[in-house]
Design a protein around this ligand. Structure first.
Ligand SMILES: [Zn+2]
Length: 202
């Protein structure tokens, strides 16, 4: 999902729970997940490459860091770990086939309420789920000035690539709004898992 949309979800959900400064710490850690170093060989950070078990394990490990940091009075470290895990959780809905599979069962998307998509509480439970392969080199090639369009026409992305599957922003069509809404609702679920620790620590 595009960075400003991650940020928008955090602002929407956490404005009432964290100060502006704390929100900034969390949002920065969230958006840093998309830095180049995390785009190669670390698909689990973005729920890419069908690395569902790895992504769920990563989220659990970062959540454990939240609790450890708060128990040690390291609130900033906790905010950063929480921001990181939320990035991964939010990316699930825009990078996997969860939304596409749901969309295929719905006759008319336009009549569906924004929260019609069920949350996926544990992606390991759905063996048919896949998520897009990264392919950073192709991503760059398809966007080259002058030649990019030609390259894409002659070497089109495979159906299981991030290029084809992603719902990273509204330009990706009507499923995006449902994907965004699910990411927002799952952010609330993640908050409910850690909120007592954040509140006790304060
Ligand atoms: Zn990402």
């Amino acid at each position: 999902m595009h960075p400003h949309l991650h940020r928008r979800i955090l602002n929407t959900v956490f404005a009432e729970h964290f100060s502006t400064a704390e929100l900034r710490v969390m949002a920065w850690a969230n958006m840093l997940q998309d830095r180049p170093r995390n785009q190669i060989g670390r698909g689990y950070i973005h729920f890419d490459d069908s690395l569902f078990a790895e992504a769920e394990a990563y989220i659990a490990a970062e959540r454990a860091r939240v609790f450890t940091a708060l128990s040690q009075g390291r609130r900033r470290a906790a905010l950063r770990a929480f921001g990181r895990l939320l990035h991964t959780r939010q990316d699930f809905y825009s990078h996997s086939t969860w939304l596409h599979d749901w969309g295929a069962t719905v006759p008319d998307l336009a009549t569906q309420p924004a929260d019609a998509v069920p949350l996926c509480l544990d992606s390991r439970n759905y063996p048919n789920l896949i998520s897009g392969n990264g392919g950073l080199v192709w991503f760059v090639l398809w966007r080259l000035p002058l030649f990019g369009r030609w390259i894409k026409a002659n070497y089109p992305p495979a159906p299981d690539t991030h290029e084809v599957l992603n719902l990273d922003g509204p330009e990706r069509g009507p499923l995006f709004a449902f994907s965004y809404n699910a990411a927002l609702r799952h952010t609330v679920v993640e908050w409910e898992l850690v909120q007592d620790a954040f509140l006790v620590e304060r």
